[in-house]
Design a protein around this ligand. Sequence first.
Ligand code: C2E
Ligand code: CA
Ligand code: CA
Length: 418
Amino acid sequence: MNEHMDKLLIIDDEKGVREYLAAACRRLNFVATTAVGREAVVRKLTTFDPSVILLDLQMPGEDGIQILKVLKDHKSQARVVLMSGLDKRTLATATQLGKIFGLNMDGSLEKPILIGELRRKLCNAKAEHWGVDADQLQEAIARGEIMPSYQPKATRAADGKWSIDEVEVLARWHRQDAEVILPSAFIEIAEEAGLLPALTRSIVRQTLIQLAEWDNQGLNLTASVNLSPSLLTDAGFPEQLSALTEEFGVDNSRLTLELTESALTQNAGLAIEILSRMRIKGHNLAIDDFGTGYSSLEQLYRMPFNELKIDRFLVRDIGTRTEASTIVETIILLGHKLGITVCAEGVETRESLDFLVNAGCDKVQGYYVGRPSSARMVEKRIGEFQQDGFTDNSADLDDNEVRPHAHVAKQPLPAHYN
Ligand code: C2E
Ligand code: CA
Ligand code: CA
């Protein structure tokens, strides 16, 4: 198992809530499992050993307080987050009781649970688990320890042939202890501490240097960078970006910007203005995680997007749930009717790839095409792809991808990062 994935146990009597929470947690790289009733909870505590527990207080069988006792008897060290539609005082009393039991109580979430609050709570739990705080992060950005990882995207040409001519840029924190930390453990902290502009500038700068280097090797690649919503509140952002692309002699059309729905919730007017100006300056704009609660149809006609990325959690279910394949097929049609390029994310198997190719998808990205990896690995992967086309390489790990946490060998950064 990937040890970057912290383990999370959801205890709630409602199936719908359990599924909703599990999906939200998996998106943040948690391995999530669920339980209802004392016996199931006891089983999960011994076999699964969660690091975080989301516990509903009101359940028809054993209620949350009884489960707290079970946790106490098992000397659980997990962080416990209570959930309830009850008033704040009841939640506070239950929290107090958990503390008396010697449990690691981590506050509460009021039901109905807002996705943003859940996200904040879990990211903070993750950051603490990884020993990440804002001061460290600030230093890490200044020292250049937050580096891009590049994940290849394959595109279908007019003649039907596929090639890798794009990468998505994913931030990785290469800590001095040789540990590589994934964005779910630090992006939220960066956002809260106002560090995202600096982090994004650093990632964009390194990406542009890499694009220029690839140009020198005759590899004409484009890159997409993830933008957080808070960057769309600075009217000067498009100019700052253009100054960077100019500095490195890279055409704006070779830098795509990926955004999710939350980009629009803060100051929609300003966000639309900034996005339109970036589009006019020649950048491509991609709507990320499309097809889930994170992105909506409304944005497609309000915003100047020219690429749509189908959420990886939909793509994952293509082979197993007919609803998922129907939705994916329909999104591709919708995108094409709107004149928008469609990319499927999270393609992990030959079966889902075949389905997407048949459905007319324009681009595919996922472990089946290539893992997020160092520039050198991307070059190698492109070479292989030119020779053999799609082959299953989903098990290949790259040198800048996840390292097993506890057993990590102390080793310096790969030479090309120095
Ligand atoms: P995202 O933009 O949706 O990025 C895709 C995520 O899916 C990445 O996770 C990638 O490693 C993972 N992925 C790619 N292919 C597959 C696959 O076949 N199967 C599975 N299971 N997963 C796959 P990662 O790198 O952990 O990034 C998580 C999120 O963090 C990103 O989601 C993005 O929203 C955010 N992020 C990453 N880098 C940056 C950044 O520089 N700035 C900002 N603001 N956000 C970033
Ligand atoms: Ca993305
Ligand atoms: Ca995505």
